[in-house]
Design a protein around this ligand. Structure first.
Ligand code: FAD
Length: 536
């Protein structure tokens, strides 16, 4: 099979245009083209009066070798690479011990699935509840301000991305094509088939809930075992710093030799416990700022012009970066077209924002994080856990400014730029529940964050018309953009100083998003399987 890349066609092309484009590109007749499949479809909307669809196509032709030879100098005609997933091991029928996966976010889910598919019958420990119970708790918090610190947006089956936009892309390097395996498994669990070929796939929140449940059932059918509402509190280590077992909540103990630690970026209590036990942890950069909301129709118009509303394009997104005069970088992050801003706290007395949307992305507002990069060297030096303390202090300021009832502090963009507190909502209606309290957001973040975002918003206006409109809304505070720590691992994916511990996913600093967390889960599951096989 051959892969053709960079085939550009107008947005409104007819159904025969793809075939015509292949024949034209390769200069072959219709009878030579046996079949074709869409591998990827993206678009180029830089000129919104002439939006182009960009295809990557897999084709079968009658005389492949000759054709390939003819196009040796054309980088857009190549053999289709083999992207199928191949297991690295098959577990023996009798296992001397079973691997343990801690945390059931996308990283833990894929680690457990791959281990189960290889026959390793993993045991999965998750501090939160099964996804349906967890959904009740999360919506309970959004509606009634009743936060359950063990069952919320961050904790529970499915992990942090369960109530999200379900975006499935990132810039992670994926030479072994593990990302395809993640997408295949998601489709098998009920995700829309288009995630296999659109360039920026997303799933939306409710579909994710069903998918996670289905994947759990598959893991159980393969011999896996789940323990919900069970927290790992401490590692049991021998004198050589090798894992012997795990101390669990409720005074329980689980003997084990291989532990995949996929606990996400919000497991602050567990990070502290691990650090106190001597697990090697370093502070890492992350970002802080606000959620910004505009009307989606304005973003669509700015990005797509007269083509706004075209179903192939869907609700428009944006990706913005501004390098400030003070050396800071401000960027948009986790943009949720047609979505809502959500309360993402996991600790009492703290307010954190994030965003989510349904698959349809039909809500009135667009939202995204507008955040400023911060570093341990400059902003939270000293203790490797100092970033967590910074996050907590900002989340407490936000809680207090919101009125100490989990309402989030908010400000109109115009007022924020002018440096005055907001008193009245404008045209953009806030989507955050339980509610917002208007005021002055400069009081909940460090000055350098305020200054940098004040400089960036007018700069973003030059890329997305209307971005700096006075009645747009900022809601605070966005602190959980990525993990504030890195649990260092070696070339074999094990902790640099604890044998048998495999730090993984976003919390350990090795992923940023659902898709990359899933990919990291696969990598680490393979490392565990290979280590098991080499020692048995
Ligand atoms: P997590 O998903 O955080 O999972 C960690 C799990 O470990 C949790 O279930 C937790 O309960 C459990 N755990 C923690 N400590 C312990 C312990 N001691 N014992 C047992 N269990 C424990 N990313 C995207 O790519 N696209 C998006 O659209 C997107 N939207 C988001 C929207 C929201 C509201 C949020 C909060 C996040 C969003 N993200 C999105 C980020 C994404 O969810 C994370 O990057 C991803 O979930 C990280 O996966 P993970 O498996 O590493 O960790």
């Amino acid at each position: 099979m051959l892969r053709l890349t960079d085939i550009k066609l107008p947005l409104d092309h007819d159904e025969h245009a793809i075939e015509q484009a292949i024949l034209g590109k390769l200069n072959i007749s219709k009878s030579q083209l046996l079949s074709f499949d869409m591998f990827k479809r993206g678009y180029d909307a830089r000129n919104n009066r002439n939006i182009m669809l960009i295809y990557t196509l897999d084709i079968e032709v009658t005389d492949q070798e000759n054709l390939l030879a003819e196009f040796t100098n054309d980088p857009h005609v190549r053999l289709t690479p083999d992207m199928s997933y191949k297991f690295v091991a098959q577990a023996p029928a009798q296992l001397s011990h079973r691997p343990v996966v801690v945390g059931l976010g996308p990283c833990g889910l894929f680690a457990a699935l791959i281990l189960a598919q290889m026959g390793f019958k993993p045991i999965i420990i998750e501090r939160g509840k099964e996804v349906r119970e967890r959904t009740k708790d999360t919506f309970g918090f959004w509606r009634k301000q009743a936060l359950n610190p063990e069952s919320n947006v961050q904790f529970g089956e499915g992990g942090a991305g369960t109530f999200s936009d379900g975006k499935l892309y990132s810039q992670v390097k994926d030479r072994k094509h593990y990302g395809r395996k993640v997408l295949h498994e998601f489709v098998a669990a009920g995700a829309p088939a288009e995630i296999m070929y659109v360039s920026k796939p997303h799933i939306g929140t409710f579909k994710l809930v069903n998918m996670v449940e289905k994947m759990r059932k598959e893991i159980i059918a393969l011999g896996g075992e789940f323990r919900f509402s069970t927290k790992v509190e401490k590692l049991d280590l021998n004198e050589d710093k090798e894992i012997q077992g795990l101390h669990l909540s409720g005074g329980n103990y689980l003997a084990c030799r291989h532990v995949i630690l996929a606990i996400g970026h919000s497991a602050r209590d567990t990070f502290t416990a691990l650090y106190e036990q001597g697990v090697y942890i370093e502070a890492k950069p992350f970002s802080v700022g606000f959620r910004i909301e505009h009307e989606q129709s304005m973003i669509d118009e700015s990005r797509f012009g007269d083509n706004a509303g075209n179903p192939i394009l869907g609700a428009a997104d944006y990706k913005l970066v501004h390098h400030c005069k003070n050396g800071r970088t401000v960027y948009s992050f986790c943009m949720c077209p047609g979505g809502t801003v959500v309360a993402a706290a996991s600790e009492p007395g703290r307010v954190v924002t994030n965003g989510m949307s349904q698959y349809s992305r039909h809500e009135r507002n667009a939202n995204s994080a507008i955040v400023v990069g911060i570093t341990p060297e400059e902003d939270y030096p000293g203790n490797p856990l100092a970033g967590i303390e910074l996050q907590r202090s900002l989340e407490e300021l936000a809680f207090s400014a919101g009125g100490e009832n989990y309402h989030a502090p908010a400000q109109l963009i115009g007022d924020f730029l002018a440096g005055k507190a907001s008193a009245e909502i404008g045209g953009v209606k806030p989507s955050y529940t339980p509610g917002i309290t208007l005021g002055d957001l400069s009081k909940v973040v460090p000055d350098y964050v305020t200054k940098a975002i004040r400089e960036a918003i007018p700069a973003f206006e030059r890329q997305v018309k209307g971005f700096a409109k006075a009645d747009g809304l900022l809601t605070g505070v966005e602190t959980r953009t990525s993990s504030p720590i890195c649990i260092k691992r070696d070339a074999n994916y094990q902790s640099v100083n604890i044998k048998g511990l495999y730090p993984a996913g976003e919390g350990a600093g090795y992923a940023g998003g659902i898709w990359s967390a899933g990919i990291d889960g696969i990598r680490v599951a393979e490392a565990v399987a290979l280590d098991y096989m080499s020692t048995h």
